[in-house]
Structures are given as structure tokens and as C-alpha cells.
Design a protein around this ligand. Structure first.
Ligand code: ADP
Length: 393
């Protein structure tokens, strides 16, 4: 590139367009500008949504009078002025201040940042000591300001896209949830209605055994229905942080042993192992924590049927423990792993596996309410591990 202006313009634009990270893009821009224009500090202020105040978004000290980056107060008033006037503003030291101390001779430029017809904020430059900025210097700084505006406009657009994607995903999950939940509610209701109508028929006499069988189905389906409704209500309470916890000292190993006993009675072929490497006390809500462990059990039974479930408790350090639930099922595809704790999220295409996508959301919220952490690791065809870390005594 022979022409110096073209080469400079190319440098200015290239990084702004190529760089993914806005701060890196600005770092490159400022470095290129510094090659052709002397300044000591530079700061960028972005106007808030309300339009009343501007906040420092970026600051660099590059010159002889290097200052802490956060100390960008020097540029605020000239930035405000250039935003208000929507124009370049210059200040030069008055001769009365010129007492021989070069450091005091501050030459400032304030440049508005404009994109798509809107003033986004301003860029301020300061130079300690002369000479005065020339027309050409101001043009160069204005050119850099145009590119900085582009970088900030791009950042704002990227943030909007991320926000929209989150909202869109949430809406899609909500839509799926409505259809899943209506199916989930209708199935037990259908059983209850069907069997009670049958029992009430006057044209048939049901023997005691049959009556008992039908009533058992009605009873079980009613429990299923109320559990489902409770889960929905609970997820709403957890979402709004209004679920009450009753914290007491408890032994998680004892809690898990109880659950294993119950699950083994219910599922005759269930194979489990439980390794207790520490017997610490946890301050927790036993009902809620039991709910977490039960959920992990019922998920393993549902999604990794006929595989052994290995559970372990171990210490991490002096004040925390780790509980692992591992199955050897089909696993969770990597692309779905980051979302399985989201409200309503279900891995698609799981024929015959009914669910609402609330279980893991509830588990994680409960663990978080205990100041703990929970995540999953999974390998296709090898199995899934749910890891829970909790503070302990
Ligand atoms: P639900 O079981 O109602 O779908 P969850 O929130 O409990 O909701 O689980 C979310 C998703 O995580 C499930 O749809 C399932 O695909 C996946 N999942 C949970 N546990 C396991 C597991 N042990 N093995 C494989 N996939 C699992």
C-alpha cells in the first residue's frame, strides 16, 4: 500500500472489522492512531439508555503522563460538551496558566461518536504540552472517532442479538412446555376419569378385586397428577425466588441411603453402589435435598434404564463436599448439555420418555439456594455424571 493515507485508513478499518472483541479492536485502533497523532490519554464515554448520563467505556494512558486507566475524569467535561454540541470541541491552555510546567498545558479534543444518525457518546483525547493540534490532527482524530462509533454500534448490535436469542429460546421452550404439559396433565386425568366412570356404571357389578385394582390406578394417577402440579408451582416459586427453605444440620449420606432403600423397594431390578468417603454435616433443607437426589434417581431410571447407578460422597476441602450420581446410559449429546438445567428444557426426540423439563431446573435451584453448585458431564453411550458440590461443616 503506497499511499500513506490509504495505508492508514486500511489499518484503521481492518482491525475494527476483523476483530471479534471490541476492546481488542479499540486497542488496535488507538495504537494505529498513536502512530500518526501524539496524545497522552484517551477515553471513550457512552451515553446511557436514558440519554442523561455518559459512562466511561474505555480508557487508555499511552503517553508520558501515564495515569491509571480508571482516572478518566479529565475527559468527561469535554466529552459532555461535544455530545451536547454534537461537534468537535477543542480546549487549549490559556496563557495565564502557562507557568512553565509543561504537564499543566493540557490540549484536549472532544469528538462525538455518531452512528446511524444517533450520538452514542464521545471520545476525548488529551495531550500534555504543545504543540497545538492542527487541522490535520483533528481530521485524523475524527476519522478514528468514526471507526470507534462503528465498533460501539457493532457491540450494541451483538448484545441485542444475544438478548434476542435468549428470549427466543425461552419462548420456544415455553411453547413446547404448553404442549408437553397439556399432554402430561391429560394422561393421568384420562385414567382417573375412565376408571371412575367405569366403576360408577350401574349396568355392571365389579367384583372386589377389580374394584380394588381400578381404585389403586385412580389413587396412583391422582398422586402423579398432584406431583406434576406441585412441580409446576414449585418451578414458578423457584423462578421468582419465593420458595422457602428450612435449613437444619443433616447428614447427606444418611439422606441418600434412605432414598436408595426406597428406590430399591420400588424398582426391583435397580442396581446401585454407594461409596461414602466422608460423613460431614451439611446445613440444608432435608425435604428439598431429598427431592434433588430422588430426581436424579428417577432420571437415571428413566433415561439410563437397566444400568447401574454409582453414587459417591467425598470431601473437596475443609469446607465442602461433592456428591456424584453416575449412570451408564446413552448420555446427553454435547450440544444439549449446556441447557439441560434451563426451565422446560428437554433433549428433543426421546420417544417414550415423558417429562416436563422441570426436574433439573428445580434441582439446580435448590442446590444454588444451599450455596452449592451443580452440573452434568456426559459421554455419548458411556453415561452421565451429575455433580453436586455443597458447603459442609
Ligand atoms: P424431564 O425429565 O422432565 O425431561 P429434566 O429437567 O429432569 O426434565 O431433564 C432434562 C433433560 O435432561 C431430559 O429431557 C433428558 O433428556 C436429560 N437427562 C436428564 N437426566 C439424564 C440422564 N441421567 N441421562 C440422560 N439424559 C438425561
Amino acid at each position: 500500500m503506497d499511499s500513506p493515507n490509504l495505508s492508514l485508513g486500511y489499518d484503521f478499518w481492518k482491525n475494527a472489522v476483523h476483530e471479534k472483541d471490541w476492546k481488542n479492536a479499540l486497542d488496535f485502533l488507538i495504537a494505529s492512531l498513536r502512530d500518526v497523532l501524539i496524545f497522552d490519554n484517551l477515553a471513550i464515554y457512552i451515553t446511557q439508555e436514558s440519554g442523561e448520563t455518559s459512562e466511561i467505556a474505555y480508557a487508555r494512558a499511552v503517553g508520558r503522563e501515564k495515569r491509571a486507566e480508571a482516572d478518566a475524569n479529565w475527559g468527561e467535561s469535554i466529552a459532555t460538551q461535544s455530545i451536547q454540541e454534537n461537534n468537535v470541541v477543542l480546549t487549549t491552555p490559556s496563557s495565564s496558566e502557562d507557568n512553565g510546567k509543561r504537564v499543566r498545558d493540557a490540549y484536549l479534543i472532544g469528538l462525538p461518536l455518531i452512528a446511524s444518525g444517533k450520538t452514542l457518546g464521545a471520545m476525548s483525547l488529551i495531550r500534555f504540552g504543545g504543540p497545538e493540534y492542527t487541522k490535520e490532527h483533528i481530521e485524523l482524530a475524527s476519522f478514528a472517532a468514526v471507526i470507534a462509533s462503528y465498533i460501539f454500534e457493532k457491540r450494541a448490535l451483538e448484545e441485542s442479538i444475544t438478548e434476542l436469542e435468549t428470549v427466543q429460546r425461552q419462548m420456544r421452550l415455553q411453547d413446547d412446555f404448553v404442549s408437553t404439559i397439556s399432554h402430561e396433565l391429560r394422561t393421568p386425568l384420562g385414567f382417573i376419569k375412565g376408571y371412575s366412570t367405569t366403576l360408577l356404571r350401574t349396568d355392571t357389578d365389579w367384583d372386589n378385586n377389580t374394584q380394588q385394582e381400578f381404585l389403586t390406578i385412580i389413587d396412583e394417577e391422582t398422586d402423579h397428577l398432584s406431583e406434576l402440579i406441585e412441580n409446576i408451582l414449585e418451578s414458578a416459586r423457584l423462578q421468582s425466588n419465593t420458595l422457602e427453605m428450612n435449613f437444619q444440620p443433616l447428614r447427606p449420606d444418611a439422606l441418600i441411603r434412605d432414598i436408595i432403600t426406597r428406590a430399591s423397594t420400588r424398582y426391583k431390578n435397580l442396581e446401585t453402589s454407594f461409596e461414602v468417603k466422608c460423613k460431614r454435616i451439611v446445613l440444608g433443607d432435608s425435604t428439598r435435598l431429598a427431592q434433588v437426589f430422588e430426581n436424579l434417581f428417577s432420571n437415571a431410571i428413566k433415561y439410563a434404564p437397566n444400568t447401574k447407578i454409582d453414587i459417591s460422597i467425598d470431601k473437596i476441602d475443609a469446607s465442602s463436599i461433592q456428591i456424584i450420581f453416575a449412570d451408564k446410559g446413552r448420555g446427553i449429546p454435547q450440544q444439549h448439555l449446556p441447557f439441560i438445567f434451563d426451565r422446560f428444557y428437554r433433549v428433543p426426540n426421546q420417544p417414550g420418555k415423558a417429562g416436563t423439563g422441570l426436574g433439573l431446573f428445580i434441582c439446580k435451584r435448590i442446590v444454588t439456594a444451599h450455596h452449592g453448585n451443580m452440573w452434568a458431564e456426559s459421554e455419548p453411550e458411556k453415561g452421565t455424571r451429575f455433580i453436586i458440590q455443597l458447603p459442609s461443616q
